[in-house]
Design a protein. Structure first.
Length: 258
C-alpha cells in the first residue's frame, strides 16, 4: 500500500538523521560556498530509496542527491533526504526527511518528519493533514501586519527586482516578524500547523516543497506561484499562506507598497 511505503521510507531516512545528528560525519560542498551535502544525506537517501524500490521497483523517483530514476510510471516519488542540511551540519534541530508522491502529475501524499523534534507531518489529498496523527489547520489571521511569517534565502544571492532581500526588508521595516528556519519543508508544515501565517521563497526545487505544499493545502491553506496561479513544484517561486492573507502577501512579494 502506497501510504505504508511512504511512512516506512520516511522512517528509514529519519533513522539515519538520528544516527548521525550531533555525531561526526563527512561534509562536502556542492555548487556555491555553503551548499552542503553530508554523509547523512547520502545514507538517508539510500535508506529511503531501498524501501521504495523494494515495494515499487517500477515507480519513477526524483531525489535530490541521486537525480532522476526514470521509469514509465504514473507514480513519481520526490525525495529530499535532508531538508535543512546546513542546520543538520551545525547541530541545529530543524531538519527533516521530506517525501512527496505524485500520481499522474498531481501530488497525492506527502510526509515530512523531523526526528530530532519528534514531529511527523503527513497529508493525503482530500483527507487532510496531521502532525503526529492529530489533525492540523492553518491559522486565522487576516492581515499581514499582524502575521508571523517565514521565508528562506537561496545559497547564492539572487539579484532580481523584488528579490528576497527587498521583500524581507519591506516586511521588517514595518515590524512584521519574519523568521528564517532553514528548511522549506518545515516552513510549509509550520504554516499548515498554524504556527506561521505565511511563507514565501524565491528559489525552491521540487524536492524542497513537494510534500510540504500538499500539507498546507490539506490543512486549509493556499499555495501559489508569484503570479497567483496554482502551485507547481517544478518552478521556483512559492507563496503559502492560511488563505486569508494570501492576496495581500502576494502583492507585497510582487512589489506593492506596504
Ligand atoms: C534548502 C532549505 C532552505 C531553503 C533552500 C533549500 P537543503 O534545502 O530548504 O530552507 O532556503 O533554498 O535549498 O539544501 O537543506 O536540502
Ligand atoms: Ca531541500
Ligand atoms: Ca536536501
Amino acid at each position: 500500500m502506497l501510504k505504508n511505503t511512504l511512512l516506512k521510507a520516511t522512517e528509514a531516512g529519519a533513522a539515519e538523521l538520528k544516527r548521525f545528528f550531533n555525531g561526526s560525519f563527512v561534509i562536502s560542498n556542492k555548487e556555491g560556498i555553503n551548499n552542503l551535502v553530508t554523509e547523512a544525506d547520502h545514507a538517508a537517501e539510500k535508506a529511503i530509496m531501498q524501501v521504495i524500490q523494494n515495494d515499487y521497483p517500477d515507480h519513477f523517483i526524483l531525489s535530490e542527491e541521486s537525480g532522476e530514476i526514470i521509469q514509465d510510471s504514473t507514480y513519481k516519488w520526490i525525495i529530499d533526504p535532508i531538508d535543512g542540511t546546513v542546520n543538520f551540519a551545525n547541530g541545529i534541530p530543524i531538519c527533516c526527511v521530506s517525501i512527496g508522491l505524485e500520481q499522474d502529475g498531481k501530488m497525492i501524499m506527502g510526509a515530512v518528519y523531523n526526528p530530532i523534534m519528534n514531529e511527523f507531518f503527513f497529508a493525503q489529498k482530500g483527507f487532510g493533514a496531521t502532525l503526529n496523527n492529530q489533525k492540523i489547520e492553518v491559522s486565522k489571521k487576516t492581515e499581514v501586519i499582524k502575521s508571523c511569517l517565514v521565508t528562506g534565502f537561496p545559497y547564492t544571492y539572487l539579484d532580481a527586482p523584488n528579490g528576497p532581500i527587498q521583500v524581507f526588508e519591506k516586511l521588517i521595516r514595518k515590524g512584521v516578524p519574519v523568521r528564517r528556519l532553514g528548511s522549506a519543508a518545515i516552513d510549509l508544515c509550520w504554516v499548515a500547523a498554524g504556527r506561521f501565517d505565511g511563507f514565501y521563497e524565491h528559489n525552491l526545487q521540487a524536492w524542497d516543497s513537494a510534500a510540504g505544499f500538499l500539507m498546507v493545502e490539506e490543512a486549509g491553506g493556499k499555495v501559489t506561484d508569484f503570479n497567483g496561479y496554482a502551485y507547481s513544484p517544478y518552478q521556483p517561486h512559492l507563496i503559502a499562506t492560511n488563505g486569508k492573507i494570501h492576496d495581500e502577501l502576494l502583492g507585497i512579494v510582487n512589489g506593492a507598497n506596504f
